[in-house]
Design a protein around this ligand. Sequence first.
Ligand code: GDP
Ligand code: MG
Length: 206
Amino acid sequence: MEEDVLTTLKILIIGESGVGKSSLLLRFTEDSFNPDQSITIGVDFKTKKLTTEGNTVRLAIWDTAGQERFRTLTPSYYRDAQGAILVYDVTSKQTFTKLDTWLSELDTFSTKSNIVKMVVGNKIDKDGREVSRDEGIKFARRHATLFIESSAKTQDGVQCAFEELVQKIIQTPGLWESMRSKNTISVDGDNNESEPSCGGWKCSLS
Ligand SMILES: Nc1nc2c(ncn2[C@@H]2O[C@H](COP(=O)(O)OP(=O)(O)O)[C@@H](O)[C@H]2O)c(=O)[nH]1
Ligand SMILES: [Mg+2]
């Protein structure tokens, strides 16, 4: 491990088929978008270094290869993940309703009880919205998750989603720093209430 990298974090992306999970991953890791994104493109995971608030981590971001259609994600997909991104499509109410199922699947299979969750309402560039921002926020509050709306197409909110998730993971005691003494790492200097730091987007709810 390079010395400037604090740790490697395992991040999952889950949600109904077609909501844009693979597109969000592609936008975040390669800053590109494919309108003909194939459902079969998924690999095990992609890695990317991310620096936020002075901390650099390596992310191993796990995408599905379409197994979510058949609800056959395996326990190893979930194992040891520190963070999960739950995606719905703001133009499809049904994908939002299904988040309950994805949350309970996450609760069943995640091996870390304090895994950090981020709910992402994707495709805000599209016409025909069926889920308001307010409904998304309320859902996130009820389930104590972070929340953001995004577009993998225009890249709105994408970087921010990952940054906010990583900041929250780093701030969560016992979630990642087991290999090091807690005293050697000052996560956010002298203030504990850190502000969302990505370009005006209000991402986190507390
Ligand atoms: N307009 C728009 N289309 C998107 C967005 N994200 C994904 N898509 C499209 O939605 C379809 C499904 O995306 P994909 O990433 O394969 O979804 P997945 O099944 O959840 O991995 C593809 O045609 C994407 O190009 C977005 O933010 N805006
Ligand atoms: Mg996919």
